[in-house]
Write a new protein. Structure first.
Length: 267
């Protein structure tokens, strides 16, 4: 079956025309990506565009017209190196957001935030965080058995439940559970990861996604155009995207698109 042709101009006109709030958000995310890319290249840190961002690069040569987030991935050793250099290298208008920089941040992946904007997500999980600007997500990957990752999702799931049911008064529980996971439970699980023979590359422990990656599809990295810039992508984008999404070139029902953002201000 042939995938229908995509009218890129019509999609841009409908979702993210120049000057629209969404397009301004996308351009601010692009600013962050360009800066992170500069730092990664300077320090020989490997990363690649991923998920919907990678679909956008392949299908639209930039953002999916309605996309309001940006994702990159890297292997855990590169992720650890990046977490060390970002605080020193980022300009003042950007900030690294991680458990080391934001006391109420409980995600087990990092964000780089823009300090010239205010973004509130529909989930409300960000309501007590220090940094609330437009962001890009940075995900670490390493080998682990699926059952171990699923167990880590269960342990972090209690944090989400507390935030949904008990509100801000129980942030002390969120911080305590996050530290327990980070310093006790997940180190033990990583020990089991090293002992297990049935492992695969997937998101780091505590990240509530567990779809696999095949390193032979990713390395050596290639480059493709993204919003006029050449950015790192997996060696075989087609295999990588098909593994995760199936027919990624076919557009979804655009009438059912839901955005992540509840409130957005850009200055």
């Amino acid at each position: 079956m042939t995938t229908p042709a995509i009218d890129q101009a019509a999609l841009r006109a409908r979702f993210n025309p120049d000057g629209s709030l969404l397009r301004r958000q996308q351009m601010r995310m692009l600013d962050i990506l360009i800066e992170v890319d500069r730092i990664c290249r300077k320090h020989n840190i490997r990363y690649w565009l991923s998920s919907g961002t990678l679909i956008g690069a392949v299908r639209h040569k930039g953002f999916i017209p309605w996309d309001d987030d940006l994702d990159i991935e890297m292997l855990l050793p590169d992720y650890k190196r990046l977490m060390k250099v970002l605080p020193e290298e980022l300009p003042e208008n950007f900030a690294l957001q991680s458990q080391d920089t934001d006391p109420n941040y409980f995600f087990f992946y990092a964000k780089v935030r823009d300090r010239r904007s205010l973004l509130e997500e529909n989930t409300g999980y960000d309501r007590t965080w220090r940094e609330k600007g437009i962001y890009i997500d940075i995900f670490p990957f390493y080998r682990q058995p699926l059952w171990i990752h699923l167990l880590s999702e269960k342990t972090i799931g209690h944090v989400y439940k507390i935030l949904r049911t008990e509100g801000d008064k129980s942030m002390w529980k969120v911080r305590a559970l996050t530290r327990l996971n980070r310093y006790v439970i997940y180190p033990l699980l990583r020990l089991f990861c090293r002992l297990s023979k049935k492992s695969r590359e997937t998101y780091g422990l505590g990240i509530p996604y567990h779809d696999p990656r095949h390193l032979e599809d990713i390395f050596p990295l290639a480059e493709t155009e993204f919003e006029g810039y050449m950015m790192p992508v997996p060696k075989d984008c087609h295999k990588s995207l098909t593994l995760k999404y199936g027919d990624y070139m076919r557009l979804p029902d655009v009438d059912g698109i839901n955005l992540h953002v509840n409130k957005l201000e850009i200055w």
